[in-house]
Design a binder for this molecule. Structure first.
Ligand code: G6P
Length: 618
């Protein structure tokens, strides 16, 4: 590790002499150098150096993601430049055509790459570096002129027939992270085989010797208003409501919105404006882009802390409305989008019971189920959508599958990651059937209706949620009441995610050991319920234990290999364990179905406790 460390230090020193430190790059370089030098003065210097250099940042669920800083296992201008050079070589070797999920292969002449970035620290700089490397390699670049949501990048790849796309973001991770999502020519994040091949292109490069950064023939085209409008038009073409009654209900809707200092501020507000939503109040402290996320250190709508200021604003506005004797004017919804505006969180107003309005946070699964139900009611029942297909992941609520099947909608299941949902849309597209795609969602707050992009889209999510809230408002029902109706109809499903942080090299080892425990030393029962089925997605095997024949029966999972274990218990509960591919965490997804909400909640609590004990005992 020391060799690498010394080499980096020497290189950065040379660069500091070469680039004027009054230039942005010079200053960044100087900071990286200071940071490296500081490592050596630390008490745990060897450990720190090891963490930074023991590997390269790798492709996970959402592309390359890492802590900002100096080192090969960090996100910085050199690791970004290296990844981009790898992409350039991959494109020039024609691999993007070989790996293309599209049947209709493009000619491959003058391949271009679309680039976008969010509000994170150095996102704009990294986007510029990526553009320079591509142009130096004679590849044309379409670069958004200002920060944009991830789905707008997917849109640009498709709109301009690009060979690939790059999105600079670490999505919902804390401020110390940044990342690099890579898209294929269908606008979908590269999936397993392509990501692996691409990584070999990146891996074989020397980080300082093999990167071209100037002198090529690539041309830069900035993407401005026109492209943003085209993207918003595409989102809007997915509108579910058309009637005048519903339009009036949209005008009567009052929404509080927070972009969490990310890329959602402009496009989401533009969309709410296009829809004619009556009142939109924005959380001031979180309105403007700021990669330090000063009021929400973990800008993830999954975390209730991220929605705290938004909820406070809802209550403040509700009190004002109450004081003015117009309690009904209190906000109906709180919407929160993550920094790259592909996830969206929701809190909905509880049914009015004469008291001051109060708000309930909904989980990603609950919103997914509500939207699926709403889209079936508005698009399928009306005959607008024929042979509807709904796609979700193996860690999302089983309730969605039950609802879909009961209502004549076909469900496709994929591994975790919206890229796999995007891939399914691509498969439909290849058969000319993309119009059959109704909806895709993940428990991690990602939603998409429509085939105009291949990633989750919080601008689309905001539009659908407002339409849905207006639709029920016009019928005198709140979203919370509709959810309760669905529970009564399909059963009280409860899903909960518990996660455990394990950072650094040691953390990775602990997680691997825990996965091994679940794999080979699984207890025979949990919370008094026997294990009846185990799916080991790594081995691609699903085993039904002691079924009718008394001996275990094994079938194929039908999905690519992935480090996931899913366990089904005798009374229909289940849990799924996997290491996160975007954060240093082990995730356990709990799932229960009871006859009452209380019963399901009790099961979840007991199961969560038992599994937490197993994790803590290692
Ligand atoms: O559970 P993880 O591997 O951390 O991934 C959780 C989520 O991360 C990102 O948001 C991806 O875009 C999602 O598709 C994925 O589901």
């Amino acid at each position: 590790m020391r060799d690498k460390y010394n080499r980096w230090q020497k290189f950065l020193e040379e660069q500091t002499v070469r680039i004027d430190s009054s230039e942005e790059l010079g200053e960044i370089n100087r900071q990286l150098l200071e940071e490296l030098k500081a490592c050596d003065r630390m008490e745990n210097a060897e450990e720190e150096i090891y963490e930074r250099f023991y590997k390269e940042v790798e492709f996970g669920t959402g592309g390359l993601r890492g802590i900002l800083g100096a080192g090969t296992n960090r996100l910085n201008l050199y690791t970004v430049a290296k990844a981009t050079q790898g992409i350039a070589n991959y494109i020039k070797a024609g691999e993007y055509l070989v790996d293309s999920p599209l049947n209709k292969k493009k000619s491959g002449k003058n391949p271009a790459v679309a680039i976008a970035y969010d509000s994170r620290i150095y996102s704009a700089v990294f986007a510029k570096i990526a553009a320079e490397v591509l142009m130096a390699n004679d590849i044309n670049v379409y670069l958004y002129e200002e920060l944009m949501p991830t789905p707008a990048l997917s849109f640009a790849v498709r709109h301009f027939d690009c060979a690939m796309g790059i999105m600079i973001t670490a999505s919902h991770n804390p401020a110390k992270y940044n990342g690099y999502k890579v898209y294929d020519n269908s606008g979908c994040q590269v999936t397993l085989a392509a990501a692996e091949k691409l990584f070999t292109y990146i891996d074989q490069l020397d980080i300082f010797e093999d990167i071209k950064a100037a002198g090529g023939r690539g041309i830069l085209k900035g993407l401005g208003e026109e492209t943003v409008e085209a993207y918003l038009d595409a989102v809007q073409s997915e509108r579910a409501l058309q009637s005048e009654v519903d339009q009036k209900a949209l005008q009567a809707l009052s929404v509080v919105y927070t972009p969490l200092n990310g890329a959602g501020n402009k496009p989401v507000r533009q969309m709410l404006d296009r829809l004619g939503v009556g009142k939109v109040a924005v959380v001031r402290e979180q309105e403007l882009p700021d990669g330090r996320f000063p009021t929400c250190p973990y800008p993830n709508p999954e975390k209730k802390e991220a929605l705290a200021l938004g909820l406070a604003l809802c209550t403040e506005l509700a009190m004002e409305a109450e004081a003015a004797g117009r309690g009904e004017d209190a906000p109906d919804l709180l919407l929160a989008t993550d920094p790259d505006c592909d996830r969206i969180g929701l809190a909905a107003r509880r049914p009015v019971d004469g008291k001051l309005a109060s708000y309930q946070l909904l989980t990603g699964n609950e919103v997914g189920v509500l939207l699926l139900d709403f889209l079936i009611d508005t698009k399928v029942k009306s005959g607008k959508k024929k042979n509807p297909i709904f796609v979700t992941t193996i860690v999302s609520t089983r309730m969605a599958g039950v609802l879909a099947t009961c209502r004549g909608v076909q469900q496709h299941l994929t591994l975790t990651g919206f890229k796999f949902i995007g891939e399914q849309i691509g498969l439909l597209e290849n058969q000319g059937r993309e119009q059959e795609f109704l909806f895709g969602f993940e428990e991690s707050y990602g939603y998409l209706s429509g085939a105009y992009v291949r990633d989750k889209d919080a601008v689309n999510g905001a539009m659908l949620i407002c339409e849905m809230a207006a639709y029920y408002k016009a019928r005198g029902v709140t979203l919370i009441e509709r959810l309760e109706e669905l529970y009564q109809e399909y059963g009280y499903f409860r899903d909960q995610l518990i996660d455990f942080t394990f950072e650094g090299v040691k953390g990775m080892e602990t997680m691997a050991n825990l996965m091994e425990t679940f794999r080979s030393r699984l207890p025979e029962s949990f919370i008094g319920q026997t294990v009846v089925e185990v799916a080991d997605y790594q081995k691609q095997q699903r085993t039904v234990l002691g079924g009718a024949t008394g001996s275990p029966m094994t079938t194929d999972t039908g999905l690519p290999a992935s480090d996931v274990i899913q366990v089904l218990l005798s009374k229909g509960c289940s849990f799924t364990v996997r290491p996160s591919g975007t954060e240093p965490k082990l995730k356990i997804y709990l799932s229960a179905k009871g006859t009452t909400a209380q019963e399901s909640e009790e099961i979840i609590e007991a199961l969560g406790k038992e599994l937490t004990d197993i994790v803590h005992s290692r």
